[in-house]
Write a protein of this length. Structure first.
Length: 323
């Protein structure tokens, strides 16, 4: 074989070998996760700004929703991969294994309140009164639980459908008391109204969870596990370095540092999650299964659900970090 021909053959083999080499894998897109101004959601911002997601090898894009109702169609249209939902928001939209709740992020521990006109001293004084609440939501279940715990049947009051932010201005002309949260609660107190009940008295009743589309869980399980590991580290970072965490939240949210507080919210640890998921079906609201069943029953009784969802399918603890 002539040297020139040999060189040509070697070059051809080299080029062929290069063409057969596997192309580098395309980078995975970031997980797009919904958040709102609820304090429990802010851990997402801490993990993002402090580089904790990157440390665990997962890219995450926080997506702010000013109007929470917009989340549902966007989730269905696969514009976002997951979100931070109150369990009462998940139950009505769970259908045909479309979504799974994989982690409890936090629980309201005083951040939800019932405020009332000055003449109402306690929940026991609400019999025969008008109570403002967003009907068909976790707020209504919260108010109903308050009434029952104080010996009042829901039929003994008049429910008025009203958003939490409008409660202070609606007392006393439209309602006598109502469910709300900050900053509306402070506005109510400034008007001379009083706080008569908080979610600290209903521990575990208003939990928030990370909810993911089922297809994401199937296609990107390692990214979801990395997300949870990063979230847990961000919780510990927030507890150990509160000023740095607040600075991160302020930077990414546009809020002033003095507006940022975790008061009334209990951030869940891995141990909290294991305890909540270990009790199935459970006997009180320390079990996420028991709490979810309360919401299912509430929606059935309200006529908002005609078919009971499979709670064991809806709640999926298999992505929790293992010991």
């Amino acid at each position: 074989m002539k040297p020139t021909r040999l060189l040509f053959v070697l070059l051809l083999l080299l080029v062929s070998g290069c063409s057969l080499a596997p192309a580098p894998a395309a980078p995975r897109p970031p997980l797009r996760i919904e958040w709102t101004y609820w304090p429990g959601d802010w851990i997402l911002l801490v993990a993002k700004d402090q580089g904790i997601f990157e440390k665990h090898g997962v890219q995450v894009e926080p997506v702010l929703y000013e109007v929470f109702d917009d989340v549902f169609p966007d989730m269905a249209a696969e514009k976002i991969d997951g979100g931070l939902f109150v369990i009462g928001d998940l139950v009505p939209i769970f259908n045909n294994d479309n979504l799974h709740a994989v982690f409890l992020t936090d629980v309201s521990d005083g951040a939800d309140q019932v405020v009332a006109s000055p003449d109402i001293q306690s929940p026991a004084d609400l019999r025969g009164k008008r109570i403002g609440v967003a009907l068909g939501t976790f707020g209504e279940l919260f108010v109903r639980q308050m009434l029952i715990e104080n010996g009042i049947q829901p039929a003994e009051v008049t429910f008025v459908d009203i958003n939490a932010e409008a409660v202070p201005d609606a007392i006393p002309s439209l309602i006598d008391a109502g469910h709300t949260w900050e900053p509306a609660t402070s506005q109510a107190v400034q008007k001379g109204q009083r706080i008569i009940f908080t979610s600290a008295e209903t521990p575990g009743l208003i939990p928030d969870l990370l909810v993911m589309r089922t297809s994401v869980l199937r296609e990107r399980p390692d990214d979801v596990r990395a997300f949870l590991a990063a979230w847990l580290e961000a919780v510990e970072f927030t507890k150990a370095h509160p000023e740095e965490a607040i600075a991160s939240i302020a930077k990414l949210s546009g809020m002033a540092p003095e507006e940022i507080s975790f008061d009334g919210v209990r951030l869940y640890t891995l141990e909290d999650n294991r305890a909540a998921f270990a009790q199935n079906p459970g006997s009180d609201t320390t079990s996420i299964y028991y709490t979810t069943q309360l919401y299912v029953q509430f929606f059935v009784d309200s006529g908002l659900l005609t078919v009971r969802p499979d709670i064991n399918q809806m709640l999926d603890p298999s992505f929790l970090p293992q010991p």
